[in-house]
Design a protein around this ligand. Structure first.
Ligand code: NAD
Length: 432
């Protein structure tokens, strides 16, 4: 099939590469000329494991191309995917301006029946809005489908190639049939295609992300209580997660959830509730708990050193909102760094891939290092903020020799208190 993907970011580029991988003819378009020029020169704008190889292979074989010319790419497409950003507006609702702009470009260009697919995470009723907008601009036949994306950054390619399920919300058999055909290669391992109406599909995506965010905030509260009463959240997590009604996943406490999806999707669902005169009280609390959790590590630092951190230097390992990505959107590290800078501290930071993205936000307010251990020179303590594999089993003797004093604030519960205390460390973790 001929596919045009509008918006070549974390989702659009991965989806485009994976659709090309299964033999489709894909054009990824974007309004960002630099991004498209870079892609045409083999430069991949984001860090995502396996993406570069897949993009280059499919581009070389002529199945994947990049363009800023939306109109000519749309004309020849059987399907047009909208995968532009839906950032939170000031009131928390999803800002639909990019989705509607993309829909308008499609409407102005289509010349024969086209399936328009909302891939972006969009509030209930958006497929209907897109349908009304496109109808007002063209007489050409089309269908609008909601097909939310469930990939995880850091494992995006394998999530897309081997999905747990594919959700399709459509109103016509013709659209359902084209979508079934498109996704057939991705269902050979038995993953179901779950068909529904567009509104239910739209809500499914928000409900899934909000459930995961709820588990995280719930565990963060349990961890905070563990800290107060002297229990160990790791033991509690194991004890409860082995109940197969609960399961072990998404039960890790930490420094609060971040990233481009959970914070904005929880906010947007709360807003959808409000717009429909319904208070989403659980999710409102999930958000409040998360905002508080982003301060927990700083509070522990203040308990060790006091409110005034002038003259103190902290070494940070890990900046991205989670491992295996360079995405810094809503990363908890940013809030922690800003809080420490405001109290007069100096920050030295490293990350395997997110230094360039962090520089765009923090500039020269902090010092950056590519070497994990050089980051520790002259620092009063180490803060572990992202659980990259390479930070899991570090050389604790070397860390102790390099730091001014052996203190670790472990925001991801990666290390063993007993081991560290035996080596003479002061060790802070979350709920244990
Ligand atoms: P992104 O910011 O990485 O990419 C969006 C791209 O769209 C940008 O390159 C931008 O230049 C381009 N764009 C904006 N307006 C355009 C227009 N009118 N025409 C062409 N291009 C345009 O965003 P993302 O992380 O890929 O997210 C896209 C959507 O997918 C969001 O709704 C997000 O919630 C959802 N989603 C994201 C993830 C994720 O892990 N990032 C996972 C699932 C769903």
């Amino acid at each position: 099939m001929h596919i045009t993907i509008i918006g070549s970011g974390y989702v659009g580029l991965v989806d485009g590469a994976c659709f090309a991988e299964t033999g489709n003819n894909v054009t990824c378009v974007d309004v960002d000329e630099t991004k498209i020029n870079n892609l045409n020169n083999g430069i991949i704008p984001i860090y995502e494991p396996g993406l570069e190889t897949m993009v280059k292979k499919n581009a070389e074989q002529g199945r994947l191309s990049f363009s800023t010319d939306i109109a000519s790419s749309v004309k020849t497409a059987d399907l047009c995917f909208i995968s532009v950003g839906t950032p939170p507006g000031e009131d928390g609702s999803a800002d639909l301006q990019y989705v509607l702009a993309a829909a308008k470009s499609i409407a102005q260009a289509i010349e024969s029946y086209t399936v328009i697919v909302d891939k972006s995470t969009v509030p209930v009723g958006t497929a209907q809005k897109v349908k009304e907008l496109v109808s007002s601009l063209t007489k050409t036949e089309f269908d609008v489908v909601s097909n939310p994306e469930f990939l995880k950054e850091g494992a995006a390619i394998s999530d897309f190639m081997k999905p747990d399920r594919i959700v399709i919300g459509a109103e016509s058999d013709r659209a359902f049939e084209i979508m079934r055909q498109l996704y057939k290669p991705f269902t050979l391992t038995g993953a179901p295609i779950i068909e529904m109406d567009p509104k239910s599909a739209e809500l499914t995506k928000y409900a899934a992300n909000s459930m995961l965010a709820t588990r995280i905030s719930f565990m963060n509260e349990i961890a905070n209580l563990c800290d107060i009463v002297g229990a160990d959240v790791d033991k509690v997590r194991h004890g409860m997660g082995t109940d197969d009604r609960i399961g072990m996943r998404f039960l890790f406490p930490g420094i609060g959830y971040g990233g481009s999806c959970f914070p904005k999707d929880v906010k947007a669902l709360v807003k959808t509730g409000k717009e429909n005169n319904y208070e989403m009280s659980v999710l409102q609390t999930v958000e409040n708990v998360n905002a508080k959790q982003k301060k927990v590590l700083v509070n522990k630092i203040v308990s060790e050193y006091g409110e005034d951190l002038q003259g103190k230097t902290f070494a940070i390992w890990g900046l991205s909102f989670k491992p295996k990505t360079d995405d810094m959107r809503e990363a908890a590290s940013l809030e922690i760094i800003n809080a420490l800078l405001a109290k007069g501290a100096k920050i030295k930071a490293t990350d395997p891939v997110a230094i360039e993205e962090t520089k765009k936000i923090m500039g020269d307010k902090i010092e950056y290092f590519t070497s994990t251990y050089e980051t520790l020179n002259d620092a009063d303590a180490l803060l572990l903020l992202t659980e990259w594999h390479e930070y899991r089993e570090p050389d604790f003797d070397r860390i102790k020799d390099t730091l001014k004093s052996p203190v670790i604030f472990d925001g991801r519960n990666q290390y063993e208190r007993k081991v560290l205390e035996k080596k003479g460390y002061t060790y802070y973790a979350i709920g244990r």
